[in-house]
Design a binder for this molecule. Structure first.
Ligand SMILES: [Zn+2]
Length: 586
């Protein structure tokens, strides 16, 4: 028999299969991880919570692994290492699917392709750029790697052995997921397929949640430094007798108005053992000991389909987390804005948000002590903005006029219907609203709305067609954040004129309104002689689960939601004016 010298094997690029665990292979082959905050060779001791999921990925009896984890804690790295290891050690057709084409392109350019190129054992077998290798695709003998997006056209082609699905909490996955995972069936029949689902937390009932509860549901634990029992490393732990364990801080940090003294809470944060009550200090030493004794504890036994989760407490200081948590709670207490709270739950705890409220109702109201006529000519004491919003109809307009004070607090001054443009102008003058503080709904007959804007100095304002839409913005520290209103757009009207308008997310505005009316946000006052149509009209929609895990506001009474539309525009306009501030502390 002919013996082929090792040097020729290497020269001919015949890879040697190395079936050690992925993390051992990675320690020898991965010199640096592009885009990772930890520099240098891959070392599983830095992130021991990835060990069991990495084992699950190459377990011949396991067909499906799910990892639900906080942002920036290595969940994408898990997928990247598996892709690299398989290319040389157990090749097969693989697709890596992202929530959008943009995300697939960013991942390919900034992380996965540079990682593959940096691993000598992989780089050696990769085709040169050309028809067999493009920015997001590699074709190589009996295997390929394609990075694509979660749309139906991409999920209906070839048979796939390895499927990676990223950020399953995005609502679009609800429709795509069954098609995406069906692609592995031919390889599944041979017992050699593997699906990997990775995501931050989402909403209970969504695709990420279903994927997690379909598996073993293993939670990350570490040994208590006093009683040595394994304790779940979770931010929120409530014992059966309702006492708190997990992350706690001094009670004095909670003020009478329900807000937190953030510095006091963060400065006194510690971690309490759920079993013995031992308090763990917020130190690097504590986290190092936790890494040393950390392991998963499963909820359901099984090997065919495993799911794992951990929280960002494994890498972040308690001070950092408590600061974020308290800022988010303060936002909710002051404004009724749930965004930061939801972000904390999903992105730091890696857990699922539960939608609780679903109708707009007015809590019992005390008399507000003013009438629709009280502030027509006078300002409200401390008033910082007076805004008029108009919801255009086929005939006439529904109009709301209101005044904001800096707490922030809102006083509605007028709500009703007017028939003509002249009456609209008269109403504006009667309540002394500046031209630039008038917003007209641009969702209906936008060119006429734009002409009004040019003629009177008004602005257009419209709810975005995509529910839950966010716009990127830089905050005061220069970080990119996502906010529920757009910058000002300008529409060309002709003769060199332009008309300004903004877009906003109507779902966010309705959440804000329903919280404020229920007494969970900024004070929302109505005149004692308020229009009796108003309470009926704001109750014209309710929040419903339209698909598993996807909640939207839906009409329950048709053609009767003008007050709700006006209230939404009013809240968006107040945010555009900076009266309501968006604090993305999640
Ligand atoms: Zn203990």
């Amino acid at each position: 028999m002919l013996k082929i010298p090792q040097s020729i094997v290497e020269a001919w690029s015949i890879p040697q299969r190395d079936l050690r665990p992925i993390y051992e292979w990675a320690r020898d082959h991965v010199r640096d991880i592009p885009g990772s905050p930890i520099k240098g060779r891959f070392d599983i001791r830095n992130s021991p919570w990835l060990k069991a999921p990495l084992d699950s990925l190459i377990d011949p009896l396991c067909r499906h692994t799910t990892l639900i984890a906080p942002v920036q804690t290595g969940k994408t790295l898990l997928a990247e290492l598996a892709v690299a290891w398989r290319m040389v050690n157990d090749p097969g057709p693989c697709t890596f699917t992202f929530q959008s084409d943009e995300m697939a392109a960013i991942e390919a350019k900034t992380r996965l392709m540079p990682l593959l190129d940096s691993i000598e054992a992989v780089a050696r077998i990769l085709p040169r750029p050309g028809p067999l290798r493009t920015q997001q695709e590699i074709y190589l003998g009996n295997q390929f790697l394609v990075l694509n997006s979660a749309n139906l056209a991409h999920q209906q082609s070839q048979s796939i052995r390895y499927k990676v699905n990223d950020e399953l909490w995005f609502p679009r996955w609800a429709e795509i997921y069954p098609h995406a995972v069906a692609r592995v069936s031919a390889f599944e029949a041979q017992g050699i397929s593997h699906i990997l689902d990775i995501s931050q937390g989402g909403t209970e009932g969504d695709t990420a949640h279903s994927s997690f509860i379909g598996g073993t549901q293993e939670h990350w634990h570490a040994d208590c430094l006093s009683c040595a029992k394994p304790m779940p490393l979770r931010f929120h732990i409530v014992r059966e007798d309702k006492t708190r364990a997990g992350v706690v801080w001094n009670k004095e940090a909670k003020r009478d108005d329900g807000t937190y003294d953030v510095a006091l809470a963060a400065g006194t944060a510690r971690f309490v053992c759920v079993h013995c009550g031992h308090e763990h200090a917020d130190t690097e030493r504590t986290r190092a000991l936790w890494r040393g004794s950390g392991r998963y504890i499963t909820t359901t036994e099984g090997r065919r389909r495993r799911s794992f989760t951990y929280e960002s407490i494994v890498t972040h200081s308690l001070e950092t987390l408590v600061t974020k948590y308290c800022l988010a709670e303060n936002d909710f207490a002051r404004l009724g804005d749930e965004n930061a709270r939801i972000n904390f739950r999903q992105k730091q705890e890696g857990r699922f948000w539960v939608v609780e409220k679903n109708i707009i109702e007015m809590s019992d109201r005390k008399k507000s002590g003013y009438l629709t006529t009280t502030y027509q000519t006078e300002r409200v004491p401390g008033e910082v903005a007076r805004i008029m919003v108009c919801d255009r109809q086929q005939a006439g307009w529904w109009v709301e006029i209101g005044a904001w004070t800096p707490e922030p607090a809102y006083r509605q001054l007028y709500f009703g219907k007017v028939e003509t443009r002249e009456m609209l102008r008269e109403l504006q003058r009667m309540y002394r609203v500046d031209d630039w503080s008038v917003g007209q709904d641009r969702g209906y007959m936008p060119s006429e709305v734009d002409r009004d804007s040019v003629a009177f100095g008004w602005s257009g304002i419209q709810g975005a067609k995509t529910k839950g839409k966010r716009w990127p913005m830089r905050d005061h520290q220069g970080q990119i954040i996502n906010v529920p209103i757009s910058d000002t757009y300008v529409a060309a009207v002709g003769n060199g004129h332009t008309a300004p308008y903004i877009e906003f997310d109507g779902e966010w505005a309705k959440d804000m309104l329903s919280n404020a009316l229920a007494g969970r946000g900024f004070p929302y006052l109505l005149p004692d002689d308020f229009n009796p149509l108003w309470p009926d009209q704001v109750a014209s929609e309710e929040k419903r689960e339209v698909r598993p895990g996807v909640w939207h506001w839906c009409e329950v009474k048709q053609n009767n939601n003008h007050a709700l539309d006006c209230a939404g525009m009013m809240i968006a306009a107040a945010m555009a004016r900076g009266v309501l501030r968006f604090d993305p502390s999640g």
